[in-house]
Design a protein around this ligand. Sequence first.
Ligand code: MG
Length: 450
Amino acid sequence: MSKLMISVSGIRGVVGESLTPEVVMKYAAAFGTLMGPGKVVVGSDTRVTGPMVKHAVIAGLQSVGCSVVDVGICPTPTVQMATEKVGECGGIIITASHNPVQWNALKLLSREGLFLTAEVGNRVNELVASQNFNYVGWEKIGKYETYAHAIADHEQAVLSLPYLNLPAIQKQHYKVVVDCVNGAGAVMLPAFLRKFGCEVVELNCTPDGIFPHTPEPVPENLTQLCDRVKAVSADIGFAVDPDSDRLAIVSDAGAPLGEEYTLALAINFLLGKKSGPVVLNASTSLASEDVAKKHGVPVVRTKVGEIHVAQKMGEIKAAIGGEGNGGVILPDIHLGRDAIVGIALILQTLTEFGGTISELKATLPQYTIVKKKIELGQADPNQILTKLLQNHRAEPVDQIDGLKFLKPQAWVQVRASNTEPIIRIMAEATSQAAADDLAEKFIQEIKSLI
Ligand code: MG
């Protein structure tokens, strides 16, 4: 039986085990008690458990006097934008993002359409624990309405970006394969791509929530897309996760660019149009950092997690930012990771470049990231990290998120997992062999400390 995963940005669990209607209703009632009364936007991805969870969310919200604005099946960034536009006190997205099909989750949004900060998220969790809900009588029960324009609003906002030249992209008649993993992107992306004059080959674009492959858009899960790109001689392939906040690219040669390059390409393009600081999470590739430095703008790193990046971006008025796992954040649209924004920027930069996407990627700094883990058993991860830090105290170490040892054109990040008895190791260097070597050195050292 899997445990309910509780974080400041919401809850996540396996339906039928930890994620029950009772649990969902309590979280929605707690959220409404804290944020309401007023309108709360509710949207979901395509998971088959979505309607069950949504009914519990609606009941919880209405019971504490919040009115529900149901935007239906939408990408996560679309729900975020709708919350900013038509919500009064926040939003709830029903999606377990890239988790497998048996999972579902609530992601809680502030009235600005941002994920909750730790402070507000903790207050929701405290209210759930105390069950001190503001249940109202019949005369104050929240109303219910639908809002059918969320996708059109989002699309319009992106298409209106001043640095997009739609006729120029349309002239290219790009052949594009798009893999929506039968998630929420399926209700938006094929039609959106056709607005750019693309010939669209739809792959897994039935919004039925039955994921045909492991849904995280990392290279090992994109073999079907790679094969299709080659089979139809497409110019580019796009893959999104089930809630379409992460975007991965497959080249004209049918090879994954690696999700880090979505953000690096977007930053390189945007900084050619406007200047401003860039915010990246601590695990994002040096490719993005090098690109920003080439354009002469400052780079600020934050902890991993969309809200940390988004908050810092708002604070320092960043031009662009995001997370290296394919999460592009463009403040001109909104402060959330957005695959739809990513697609628009990539098509524009490809058009301006005039070559293929493989050639365009080759113009960027080339890095490889490897990810490893070490099983800890009963060992205390904090003690191990403390000893590791002592061993390397003479070297530059960034402690924003775990321990990140900074090397010339390389780094190693060592973090304790919050959910499993393991230590995660990420290493980046200018080649696969160098990244593997670096990771291996730290693995051996950590094993000697257990
Ligand atoms: Mg996601």
